[in-house]
Ligand binder design. Structure first.
Ligand code: CP3
Length: 345
């Protein structure tokens, strides 16, 4: 029963390019510091510990659904959860991001990377199971980090502006790079299979930092590994969303990697993105900083995104990247109401 409601939801229909009663909307990082109830529930619990507690994961995942009435929930977790669960020593430092104790920079480091046993992320399967029961007809999105973005954290040892050590390995030792990304693709695919097996309705592969590469390098060094992940889920029956930031020049390639939906940041109009991704849906692409402008400006930008999204096979409204922590959550609620009231194209 619930599964057929989910399959017929505006979110899943838009992913598949089917007609919708209204444009579906959710926000990357909809669970997070913009919500006072999130800050209260997270108080005193480290990020990775929170991800390992199914009841807390449930509560944090449901908060934005209750508050904003979004069309999809996204599992509360993080892209580094599977590598940490496999045994890589790392932590998520507040205000910084993932920090890895022993960065992976050579053949020996790559060889020492552990595999992911699905049992290592049993807590994720448990949380997904609880959520599927509690969400009713609202689809749950599972997610993982793509090999390039994960590799950047592992090689740099933390967040990086220029990805210089990552690129040094990629250009300097291509065989080692490919072994690293091959291993990360296996971890990612295993992690997503756990989520699909537990009942998520769609998956999003976050290649947040892929935009740092030229198209030629993306195709040579990254696409085969992301394609292995997405292709590994081809028969799973859930729509696959492939997202990155600053990827206007990569949108065609990211679609080819094997996705029903390509995520677009605010730098590329959706009408332009639609031609680049071909016969696929798009997701995006309001600039998260626009939410700090007065409401009439926000409204105008939301309406523009909706009009431009009509050019695509399907459109899932979202931001072009995650909700910024200082965002007024009431503005997000108003955006959801506005997206729902504008007739779809
Ligand atoms: O609501 C959702 O979107 C689901 C939860 C989610 C989180 N991380 C929770 C989180 C998702 C989808 C992610 C993905 C993620 N994590 C990405 C890809 C998406 C993107 O933003 O490009 C990346 C690059 C990471 C790595 C990471 N984890 C960063 C950069 C940070 C922020 C560090 C900070 O404190 O500013 C994290 C921590 C993190 N992941 C938080 C949340 C809610 C903040 C933790 C906190 O509240 O202290």
């Amino acid at each position: 029963m619930t599964t057929s409601i989910v399959r017929d939801s505006p979110f899943i229909r838009a992913c598949l390019g089917q007609p919708v009663p209204h444009t579906p909307v959710w926000f990357m990082r909809q669970a997070g510091r913009s919500l006072p109830e999130y800050r209260a529930a997270r108080e005193g619990t480290a990020m990775l510990d929170a991800c390992r507690r199914p009841e807390l994961v449930c509560e944090l995942t449901l908060q934005p659904v209750r508050r904003h009435g979004v069309d999809a929930a996204i599992l509360f977790s993080d892209i580094v959860v599977p590598v940490a669960a496999a045994g890589v020593d790392l932590e998520i430092v507040p205000g910084v991001g993932p920090v890895v104790a022993a960065p992976v920079r050579d053949r020996a480091g790559v060889a020492a990377l552990p595999d992911l046993d699905p049992a290592d992320v049993g807590f994720v399967a448990e949380a997904v199971g609880l959520l599927v029961g509690r969400l009713g007809g609202t689809p749950l999105i599972g997610f993982a980090g793509a090999p390039f973005t994960l590799a950047s954290y592992l090689v740099e040892g933390g967040p990086s502006r220029n990805h210089e050590r990552t690129k040094a390995l990629m250009y300097g030792a291509p065989p080692v790079w490919h072994v690293l990304c091959g291993k990360l693709a296996e971890i990612t695919l295993a992690f997503l299979r756990v989520q699909v097996g537990a009942g998520v309705a769609a998956v999003q592969l976050f290649d947040s930092w892929a935009g740092a590469l030229s198209e030629a390098d993306y195709r040579e060094f990254v696409l085969p590994h992301s394609a292995a992940v997405l292709g590994g889920l081809a028969g799973s029956g859930v729509p696959r969303i492939h997202f990155g930031v600053g990827t206007g020049h990569l949108l065609g390639a990211m679609g080819e990697a094997g996705a029903e939906v390509v995520g677009v940041d605010w730098r590329t109009p959706l009408s332009e993105a639609a031609t680049r991704v071909g016969d696929r849906a798009v997701q995006g692409n309001l600039d998260p900083a626009v939410l700090f402008a007065p409401w009439p400006a926000v409204e105008a930008q939301v309406r523009r995104v909706l009009v431009e999204g009509r050019a695509a096979k399907g459109h899932v409204f979202n931001l072009g990247h995650g909700v910024l922590p200082e965002t007024d959550p009431d503005v997000l609620t108003k955006v959801v109401a506005l997206v729902h009231e504008v007739p779809p194209g």
